[in-house]
Design a protein around this ligand. Structure first.
Ligand code: HEM
Length: 360
């Protein structure tokens, strides 16, 4: 009798699983959606991909991920700061974009504002949507959750909520804890620095990347920040910058210290040879970041609009000319994994081209 009921249950479950979810044709569009309320996001997606130069994981995509952090992290679990992922960095852009930690963000805030206004979306939604599309556009990227329906910002975020690269590890961890993030979640979020470059740390060398593959959502940043460093990419070391291991690469002081601090070194190292783990932990931390200060019950899940990320088939490596002995292994509990060395002579890392094709 028990077996019979079990067999019936299994049969029902397999029918349910095999039945494709019913999709609705979106009006005036080539797209279909499971949730018709998400249809309008496909139109935004088309424009967003135009902004991102048809998904090349370049400067605009990178900046879209950065603004998502800077908008949301204003939140404080103790209250008294900003409203979290609410778009206030655009709504109150005339003030918030003047904060030193937001230097350069106006370049992406302006086109995102235009996109939101064109499509009747809130700034909080457009920012988190842009970040999810950006990550999907980078080979090896994660398919982030996207929830829509954030109301317009009601609070202005005060200055001093975004960590600076010259902050101590204590100060960075305190700020992140105040916003509700553990040290492990911070390191997971810093996977973002694998698709990143600095324009404003040293303005004489804009677009200087934090790893040798800024167009790929790989684990290289977790490897290369641990390499012993010998180069200064510009004319001299700027505030928040330390020496880098490769010509043309930039290393943030904060990344350097977090990779070597006993509280964060093992989590940092755990991602070096494990892209799946990195993607999984990054996605979880981003899902939390994207709804800071929001009532999730009022949001609708439009993750189906986020493109399926392209794969990255290059396994983690040591850059050409480097050796395992160049790694400053900092996790006391586990040895640094053995990695293949990229063939060929030592390379110079090329800058990320500016979004508008100019050098300014
Ligand atoms: C300890 C925390 C962090 C510090 C101190 C930090 C600092 C910085 C700095 C100084 C830059 C270079 C800005 C410039 O000169 O143009 C940068 C770039 C970037 N950051 Fe962070 N960051 C942190 C965490 C994060 C997080 C959590 C995210 C995303 C979830 C993020 C995403 C990015 C991206 C994508 C860029 C590259 C932007 C571009 O290339 O246009 N960062 N970060």
């Amino acid at each position: 009798m028990v077996f019979k009921s079990l067999a019936v249950l299994v049969a029902i479950a397999s029918v349910v699983l095999a039945t494709p979810m019913r999709r609705t044709a979106c009006p005036n569009s080539k797209h279909t959606a499971v949730n018709a309320a998400c249809c309008s996001w496909f139109d935004v997606l088309d424009d967003m991909q135009d902004l991102f130069d048809d998904g090349d994981c370049g400067e605009d995509a990178h900046s879209s991920l950065r603004i998502a952090f800077h908008d949301a992290i204003g939140f404080s679990t103790k209250g008294g700061k900003g409203g979290g992922a609410d778009g206030s960095i655009i709504a109150n852009g005339d003030l918030e974009l003047q904060f030193a930690a937001n230097n350069g963000i106006d370049d992406i805030a302006t086109p995102l504002k235009a996109l939101a206004d064109k499509h009747g979306k809130t700034y909080g939604d457009i920012i988190q949507f842009g970040a999810a599309v950006a990550v999907a556009d980078c080979p090896g990227g994660a398919r982030l959750q996207f929830l829509a329906g954030r109301p317009n910002a009601t609070l202005m975020t005060p200055d001093g909520t975004v960590p600076d690269p010259f902050d101590t590890v204590d100060a960075i961890l305190d700020r992140m804890a105040d916003a509700g993030f553990s040290s492990d979640e911070l390191i997971a979020l810093l996977s973002s620095h694998t698709i990143a470059a600095a324009d404003k740390i040293d303005v004489t060398i804009p677009g200087t990347p934090f790893d040798s593959t800024p167009g790929t959502f790989d684990t290289q940043v977790f490897i290369e920040v641990l390499l012993n460093a010998i180069h200064i990419p510009g004319a001299g070391l700027m505030e928040g910058e330390v020496k880098a291991p490769l010509v043309g690469e930039m290393r943030l002081q904060s990344d350097f210290e977090l990779s070597r601090d006993s509280r964060t070194a093992c989590t940092w190292q755990s991602f070096a040879n494990n892209p799946n783990l990195m993607r999984q932990k990054f996605s979880a931390a981003m899902a939390k970041l994207a709804v800071l200060g929001q009532n999730v019950k009022n949001l609708i899940d439009c993750s189906e609009v986020i493109p399926i990320p392209k794969a990255n088939n290059v396994p983690p490596f040591l850059p050409a000319g480097k050796h395992q002995s160049d790694i400053a292994a900092s996790c006391k509990a586990t040895p640094f994994p053995s990695l293949p060395v990229q063939p060929g002579p030592q390379q110079t890392v090329a800058p990320v081209p500016p979004a508008d094709g100019s050098d300014s």
